[in-house]
Design a binder for this molecule. Structure first.
Ligand SMILES: [Zn+2]
Length: 331
């Protein structure tokens, strides 16, 4: 009798193992289903995380406050890249010193792609006097940055065609969120009195922002941070501030602010007081797992900081009420 019970139980447990639900869970949660994407900047990571969602593990190389123009990979970074299934970077020469490592990975058969690779030519700025190199700071214009979602969808779908529909849907949902921050930027910058609509920063990272949201920009340093500005550059900027009576200039999270201090000092000697309008994120996101650590939070922080310092009208804690800069800046 006992033998029959045992046999019956065995049959039952066998039946359980063939349960289609369990079968499905196994394939979904199986380690073979989650692939790895290594990304360079926080902004690129943000795009890839939104599109990939639960399908991939996304590993960032450049953390908070890291300058992508100067970033050189360590042995551990190279290890991460060689261990990844896909490497996605920003492109347009933003990650200059990382380029050899990206080429190496590509030669060894890795999928290596830039989010800006398929941007229409008329969306990419080619400034004068920069050896006709494109301006890489595309994320400053939300609408153009949102176009990069298509490339992320293409790259992930090619690697994992089964989830292509998910990638398309995830990108579409994120596009709607991006539209909101784009609308906010337009309104917030337009609320600054016209004669004060000048954005003065340490390096030239805001030209896309400037074109998209209609604010003039001026910077001490050029488009990359790999060369020092001369005394001439600093003096020119001082004269500009004094002549146009610009009330505030902005420091950047990834760039040394010594040059800006020299500018403030220079203006003071000409009898014009310039204040620091706050800190802007130019080439990195804020602290991971905070609102400012997301692309939308980073843009909200920049837009709100700029508008407030130059006399515009913006909500105290930004578009989504999640910013903490309002409190910090009023001290
Ligand atoms: Zn930059």
């Amino acid at each position: 009798m006992n033998r029959y019970v045992v046999l019956f139980l065995l049959l039952l447990s066998c039946g359980c193992q063939d349960n289609p639900q369990q079968e499905a869970n196994r394939t979904q949660n199986g380690p073979q289903k989650k692939y790895t994407v290594v990304v360079t900047t926080g902004m690129v990571g943000d795009l890839v995380r939104h599109v990939a969602a639960e399908h991939a593990e996304v590993i960032g190389l450049m953390g908070e406050g890291v300058d992508p123009h100067l970033f050189r990979p360590t042995a551990s970074d190279n290890g991460k890249m060689m261990g990844a299934d896909i490497i996605i970077y920003s492109g347009l020469m933003l990650e200059g010193p990382l380029q050899p490592a990206l080429e190496q990975a590509s030669k060894r058969g890795k999928i290596v792609a830039a989010v800006t690779e398929k941007l229409p030519q008329d969306k990419v700025r080619i400034p004068d006097g920069f050896g006709h190199h494109p301006d890489p700071h595309v994320w400053g214009d939300v609408k153009t940055w949102a176009l990069c979602l298509d490339q992320v969808v293409d790259v992930l779908s090619e690697y994992d065609p089964e989830s292509a529909e998910d990638y398309e849907n995830n990108a579409a949902a994120y596009r709607d969120e991006l539209q909101e921050i784009d609308d906010y930027a337009r309104k917030a910058i337009a609320s600054i009195p016209e004669d004060r609509r000048y954005l003065v920063t340490a390096h030239d990272a805001f030209e896309y922002f400037s074109n998209a949201y209609v604010i003039h920009v001026k910077s001490v340093q050029g488009i990359s941070t790999d060369s020092d500005p001369g005394v001439q550059d600093i003096n020119e900027l001082v004269d500009f501030l004094v002549e146009n009576k610009i009330p505030a200039i902005f420091v950047e999270a990834t760039v040394n602010s010594a040059n800006l201090r020299a500018v403030i000092e220079g203006a003071k000697q000409q009898g014009w007081d310039v204040t620091i309008g706050g800190m802007l994120y130019s080439d990195s996101l804020g602290t991971p797992n905070t609102y400012e650590g997301t692309y939308i939070g980073m843009m909200d922080s920049n837009i709100t900081t700029i508008a407030r310092a130059l006399g515009g009208t913006v909500p105290q804690n930004g578009l989504n009420g999640k910013l903490t800069i309002g409190e910090k800046n009023s001290n």
